[in-house]
Design a binder for this molecule. Structure first.
Ligand SMILES: [Zn+2]
Length: 219
């Protein structure tokens, strides 16, 4: 750590502790950066707010830096959706380093027709989140045009999945975690209106560890 980073860590840790938060788990990283204007910034990322970034100008007086953190942390604590971490499903391996599953090695699910129709309706009624530059593709290489696989992520404010996920269930009988199916069933197979979460222009607001764990036992 540089002296400015250490100084910032101490200050952020102090403010987090005031709010009963543990700096060791909350602070993901602190990095010193030089801006175009020639100021030195310390960029702090906080894990439980989806890696939300707070910047502090290293040359500002300590009291001013402390105030910046206090204000931003107070705002984050009051925001009911800031801490939501969406549960990712249906994200597939892109290369060999990826821990994500490969749907072609999954056991197929013998979907009950009503349940399948329900899940498809649920997945297709979700709220669109960010759109990526490129289209996805079917991992089974079944010939569906990539534009039909979509380029967005979709959410119900609890779970998040790629826009192309329904295709895998409809055409390739791919299985999904029971916890998700049960959640969709309890909502009468229809995502409730109103998008409350968003990417807010920083970091991923979801994580896939549950999905990876589940798929290890299925694959
Ligand atoms: Zn396909």
């Amino acid at each position: 750590m540089t002296p400015a980073e250490q100084h910032t860590w101490d200050l952020v840790a102090e403010v987090l502790r005031e709010r009963g938060l543990d700096p060791a788990t909350e602070i993901t990283s602190i990095t010193e950066q030089l801006t175009h204007g020639g100021h030195t910034l310390c960029c702090v990322r906080l894990r439980f707010w989806n890696n939300h970034r707070i910047d502090v100008v290293a040359s500002d007086p300590r009291d001013k830096q402390r105030k910046v953190f206090r204000d931003q942390i107070a705002r984050l604590l009051e925001d009911p959706v800031a801490r939501i971490v969406l549960r990712g499903i249906g994200f597939w391996k892109v290369d060999d380093r990826s821990q994500l599953p490969d749907p072609t090695t999954f056991p197929r699910r013998d979907w009950n027709a009503d349940e399948r129709a329900g899940i498809l309706r649920y997945l297709r009624s979700g709220h669109m989140l960010g759109s990526y530059l490129g289209y996805s593709w079917c991992r089974f290489r079944c010939g569906i045009p990539s534009e039909k696989m979509g380029s967005s992520d979709v959410t119900d404010n609890v779970w998040i999945w790629p826009e192309g996920l329904p295709h895998y269930i409809e055409q390739h009988d791919v299985d999904l975690p029971e916890a998700f199916i049960e959640h969709a069933r309890q909502n009468d197979w229809q995502v409730k209106p109103g998008l409350v979460v968003s990417y807010r222009g920083f970091g991923p607001a979801f994580e896939c560890s549950e999905w990876i764990e589940w798929s290890k036992h299925r694959g």
